[in-house]
Structures are given as structure tokens and as C-alpha cells.
Design a protein around this ligand. Structure first.
Ligand SMILES: [Zn+2]
Length: 209
């Protein structure tokens, strides 16, 4: 079973205080080729994001503490107004991650963090049974923000093999075969790529016709 503990949070945008639950334990089996985990006791990802029931702000627990710049809060509040939040509204995992990514952009998160949120939106979408077409929008945005993060040199050299692999695999899933091959092949120019990742790359690259 996924394990939780109760937690009191104060919303940075509307100051409302509410009780949520923190994920304290879960089990992962294997991972899919785009790193989507196969959770053994259900998907804990939606519960990593906390939704303010009052205004619809969504973020990780750390976001509730780190969003304290008045300018940024103002920008996020403008975005939230556009969501037309209904108090107490419930959101599924994919929608939580899509909205958290947008909020992250307005709150000035790094592109790599935004890319991760969009990637996790595609995972939740799949686990919630949405079809692949509904994952494509978030997948395209994940690619865009991973590329922006690469251009801004946000990744350490140790992260580059995984980032290039992911950009290869996400582009492959989007039918962008030329771009997929570019990123898969770029892994050969990197130092220190783990053998398992080369194996995964070769397997996914072979699917491109
Ligand atoms: Zn709020």
C-alpha cells in the first residue's frame, strides 16, 4: 500500500490553510522506456502535488514554502484566475501535473523542472487510461522544455546521457523520427554512459523504421 501522513499547508497564493497528505512510502517495479514507473500499489504521483481547495494553486510541498516572492505570487494568481477554480474541485493526476507545469512557468521554475512536470503529466495520463493522443500535448511541451533546459545548460554532465535518451524516446513517440535519431546518436559523443542506458537506446532506436 502507498503510505501517507497528514500535513498542514498554507497556500502561498491565497493564504488559506488546509490539511493534505504526504506520500511517505510506495513501491516501484520496472520502468517503461520513457521512465514511467510501474507502481506496485497504485500511482502515488498525484499525491506528490497538493491542491489548495480554496484557489486551485498546485505544487509540491516545497513549492508551498519556496513561493514567497510577491511579484511571482501576483503572476501565479493571474494564471489561477484563468482556471476559473470551483472551491473543493477534484483534479486527476494528469491535470494536476499539467497545471503545476504552467504554474511553474509563471513562478519562474527552471525549464528542467517544468519539463519534468510535463513528462509526469504524460505518465499520469497513461496510468489514468487516457489514450496516447491526449498525452501528446504534454509530451511536446516536455520536449520543448528539456530542449530549453539543454540550451540554458541547466543539466550537469552526469545528467546528459539520460536527458538525450529521453529526448530521443519522447521524439520517437511523437513520430519525430529524425529528431529522435539525432538525440539517440548524440549519446555516442558523451562520456560515461551507463551500459543499461545504451541497451535501452539500441532497443528503442531499432523501433524507428
Ligand atoms: Zn490557495
Amino acid at each position: 500500500m502507498t503510505e501517507f501522513e497528514p500535513k498542514q499547508l498554507a497556500c502561498p497564493c491565497c493564504k488559506h490553510e488546509f490539511e493534505t497528505r504526504l506520500v511517505t512510502g510506495f513501491r516501484i517495479g520496472e520502468k517503461e522506456p520513457d521512465f514511467c514507473p510501474r507502481y506496485l500499489d497504485g500511482n502515488p504521483l498525484p499525491d506528490f502535488l497538493h491542491v489548495c481547495p480554496e484557489c486551485g494553486f498546485i505544487g509540491f510541498e516545497a513549492d508551498y514554502r519556496s513561493l514567497n516572492d510577491e511579484q511571482k505570487i501576483k503572476r501565479v494568481n493571474t494564471l489561477l484566475a484563468g482556471f476559473h477554480w470551483v472551491k473543493g474541485q477534484q483534479l486527476g493526476g494528469a491535470e494536476r501535473y499539467r497545471r503545476a507545469a504552467l504554474i511553474g512557468i509563471y513562478a519562474g521554475k527552471r525549464s528542467a523542472e517544468v519539463a519534468d512536470l510535463y513528462l509526469q503529466a504524460t505518465w499520469c495520463s497513461r496510468m489514468e487510461g487516457e489514450d496516447d493522443d491526449e498525452q501528446k500535448g504534454a509530451r511536446r511541451k516536455a520536449v520543448k522544455y528539456f530542449e530549453l533546459a539543454l540550451a540554458a545548460e541547466e543539466f550537469s554532465p552526469d545528467d546528459l546521457p539520460v536527458v538525450n535518451y529521453l529526448l530521443g524516446e519522447l521524439n520517437r513517440r511523437l513520430g519525430e523520427n529524425k529528431k529522435a535519431l539525432k538525440y539517440f546518436d548524440a549519446m555516442d559523443k558523451l562520456e560515461k554512459v551507463d551500459p543499461w542506458l545504451i541497451e535501452w537506446r539500441d532497443k528503442q532506436k531499432a523501433l524507428i523504421t
